[in-house]
Design a protein around this ligand. Structure first.
Ligand code: SF4
Length: 550
């Protein structure tokens, strides 16, 4: 542990000094053994029952399941009963679960994992699967690149390793989609190799144990956490130890409201000590000062009143807002779907025709504008000409938030007659603009519920649109908040001098576009379109470009 004098001359030198310190400096005496013992004991009694840990159902947190298990075990402890029920887990299961659990909650993954393993029980089965089937089984789990890499990885394992996942970290990292974390997880959990691993949960726990004052994405913090994890990993039970560290982060040492009173590592935790006795530290926190950023160093100097100070919070940009015009086009009970490009966001997933609305001027798409867009789209791509008898309903707005962007989807439903579709419905799949696929499918073929075994891989956002379509209207446009443009001091100064004079006239209210459709869904007279200057016509051909939403 660096002393306070070192911290006072913090900076780049201290960073390298901290990273170069030995195991003795990182942990005192037999602290490593005590941490291992406490954590493994806690894990044996409190770990979640999960299919990729070899557990039989029911799955979940042990506290909630104890009553159930007590019935089975009048004499033996729940932990022993569950240990007896554990099955041997193939390394392939560990690989799949580790990839699925990245960026996704464990509770969500359980069902996907079980379906995946049922469909692709071995690496060979996955390697031989079609891209369509892989997408379908991953559909709704998000971050679709993970499925692609898993598929490619399975092919590599079959070609280069005869279908057996290698056990060394080095060889594992040569497989597509396997990085430091996944390699460490597979080597330790599946092959009992003393390999460390570091993920977001581990960084949070270690940052609090050692009071590391740096944000969790800081490369020095990450490097130091790898070093700490390497020192800590148990030689006897490396897989269980690594899982216990992650489990502690997920269930006890949570980002907010950590349960320090139930924590097996509370006696080792510098962040907790700091909150209890700041005077012992003479007003200075016990920190590894790793950052070269003055603002972070200034925050790190303040004594923590809560353990949640560690790790320092990384500033995250707000999600980028995008507006999409989405069309549910139905003909004889079949829905028109288009397949997304095989690169970029939501690659290879099927979706309702969706056209971007460019809104540099912050105007939401008027209903008439959206109607014009889809009319042109249908005419150019399918030779379908809508007319005043076409049944169409404005379904309002459905929002879908991704990790880094937010989609506002303005949804319209169009009901076509079979004679309005020149190519006919018999063409199950046809190619449109640029060789991209489209198809007409019924509801049963689309996946709505997670348990449903649909034929078409659709994204969660599009499933929301389908549900909206089935139940009625979504949010009204007026309920949406569109962030005003950030104020520009130069512009404000300019306006202060040259304020436009309106001679006391009231500003004319904008027409309400939601009034554009009547109750039976027939299009009413379209309101006046915004002026050409203010409206950006979307180039329909750009719909199929691969980088549209990337
Ligand atoms: S004592 Fe609290 S802050 Fe420290 S590791 Fe445990 S839960 Fe996290």
């Amino acid at each position: 542990m660096p002393n306070m004098n070192d911290i006072e001359d913090c900076g780049v030198t201290l960073v390298s000094k901290t990273l170069a310190c030995s195991a003795d400096e990182l942990f005192e005496g037999d602290q490593v053994q005590r941490i291992q013992l406490s954590l493994l004991k806690w894990y044996d009694g409190a770990r979640r029952r999960l299919p990729w840990r070899g557990d039989m159902p029911p799955y979940g947190i042990q506290d909630q399941l104890k009553a159930q298990v007590k019935i089975e075990s009048a004499v033996r402890s729940p932990a022993i009963v569950w240990e007896e029920q554990r099955q041997r887990v193939p390394p392939y299961f560990t690989w799949v679960s580790e990839i699925m659990c990245q960026q996704t909650r464990v509770e969500t993954v359980i069902e996907y994992f079980l379906r995946w393993i049922k469909k692709f029980p071995t690496i060979e089965a996955l390697a031989n699967a079609s891209e369509e089937d892989v997408n379908l089984m991953w559909s709704g789990l998000g971050f679709y690149r993970r499925a692609r890499f898993l598929h490619q990885g399975a092919k590599t394992v079959v070609e280069k390793h005869g279908g057996t996942l290698p056990s060394s970290v080095q060889e594992l990292k040569a497989i597509p989609g396997i990085g430091d974390y996944t390699a460490g997880a597979i080597a330790s959990i599946a092959y009992a190799k003393p390999a460390p691993l570091v993920d977001g949960n581990v960084i949070r726990v270690l940052s609090r144990i050692k009071a590391i004052a740096g944000n969790a994405k800081n490369k020095h913090v990450v490097t130091l956490c790898w070093k700490l994890a390497r020192e800590l990993v148990s030689a006897g039970r490396p897989g269980d130890f690594n899982q216990s560290l992650m489990e502690l982060g997920a269930t006890i040492c949570k980002p907010t409201n950590p349960k320090c009173s139930q924590c097996p590592l509370s006696t080792h935790c510098a962040a907790l000590a700091e909150t209890k006795a700041p005077e012992i530290m003479n007003g200075k926190p016990l920190v590894f000062d790793l950052t070269e950023n003055d603002r972070e160093r200034a925050i790190a100097r303040q004594v923590a009143t809560s353990v949640t100070k560690y790790p320092l919070r990384a500033t995250k940009p707000p999600p980028k807002e995008e507006i999409w015009c989405v069309y549910v086009i139905v003909c004889e009970g079949k829905y028109l779907l288009l397949k997304r490009p095989n690169l970029g966001l939501l690659a290879n997933q099927w979706e309702f025709p969706s056209l971007p609305w460019l809104r540099e001027d912050q105007i939401l798409p008027p209903y008439a504008g959206r109607q014009a867009l889809v009319n042109k789209f249908l005419d150019e791509n399918f030779g379908i000409k809508t007319n005043k008898n076409t049944l169409r309903v404005d379904l309002g707005v459905q929002e879908h938030v991704f990790s880094h962007r937010k989609h506002q989807m303005h949804v319209e439903k169009l009901q076509l007659n079979a004679n309005e579709v020149p190519h006919g419905m018999s063409l199950a799949r046809m190619q449109v603009d640029g060789g991209k696929e489209c198809c007409w499918v019924d509801v049963a073929e689309m996946k709505i519920d997670k348990g449903d075994s649909g034929r078409i891989a659709m994204t969660t956002g599009m499933r929301k649109v389908l549900l909206l379509c089935q139940k009625g209207r979504g949010k009204s446009e007026n309920a949406l908040t569109v962030k005003p443009k950030r104020s520009d001091p130069g512009r404000e100064l300019f306006n202060a001098y040259f304020r436009p004079c309106n001679n006391g006239e009231k500003k004319r209210a904008r027409p309400s576009y939601s009034a554009a459709s009547n109750e039976c869904g027939r299009a009413m007279q379209a309101p006046t379109m915004p002026s050409a200057k203010r409206r950006k016509e979307v180039k329909l051909s750009s719909y199929f470009s691969t980088d549209l939403r990337v």
